[in-house]
Design a protein around this ligand. Sequence first.
Ligand code: GDP
Ligand code: MG
Ligand code: K
Length: 281
Amino acid sequence: AKTINIALVGNPNCGKTSLFNIASGAHEHVGNYSGVTVDAKKGYFNYKGYHFNIYDLPGTYSLSAYTPEEIYVRHHLSEEMPDVIVNVVVASNLERNLYLTTELIDMDISMVIALNMYDELEDSGNTLDYNTLGKMIGVPMVPTVSKNGKGIDKLFDTIINVYENQEPTVRHIHINHGPIIEEGITVLKNELKTDPRILKHFSPRYLAIKLLEGDKEIEILLHKEQNYDKWIAIRDKERIKIEKTLGEDVESAIANEKYGFISGALKETLTLGNKETARTT
Ligand code: GDP
Ligand code: MG
Ligand code: K
């Protein structure tokens, strides 16, 4: 059987562990393999002739390096290099949950979104055109209720399709951060691209964005490279340009562009119902 390594990535309390438990089942082997600081589990199961290794990773709101959870998740993604990421999001709280998604898109790893707690979205009376949203972000979205297993087969069918490059929704898009930031990303990316050694674990675009943001972990990772001083000089120049032009620090500017992209996409795909009516009928 072919083996597919998958990692569950999402905010705290989005239903990752519920999904993990349903998928790996009570009969399969589950082991804690994490260190002391964060909670993570690995499980195994077989489905449609595939052998899945599934990692339940700690909950995170972003992929920076400010908390042990963020560092752990990023380290897992860059070192274990899962075949497919399952980004678990709360369907009724996409504005917030999709921020992490935009960072995963920057990393350019194959991905499926589990639109979890879909029952709560339906109860709210709101409707989401998730097929269109999935096409807009280039990532297939599957509604799930990981509390009871609804949608889980469809989720794993989609993971298999993504793994086999047979999923039409998949597109390698990038989030547009506006002309000034994109220029900085492009200049840095083109420099980083000439050093294949560092691109084994991270996409050049992700490294460029994180360098612009001043990510200390990424700086430490790149520090021993021959061209490091040159990259940092270019980075500093681009940072000053961005801060002067946009009038805010680079990290905020990048975050604002990401939130702008999300709210634009949701404006086109999320229709608010009348919650009060939905409750009383
Ligand atoms: P984690 O922190 O991402 O691992 O989230 P958990 O799996 O621990 O779930 C957090 C809470 O959400 C638990 O109380 C679950 O029972 C509940 N939950 C998980 N999935 C769903 C779902 O699809 N719908 C609803 N309504 N609740 C869910
Ligand atoms: Mg959990
Ligand atoms: K809940």
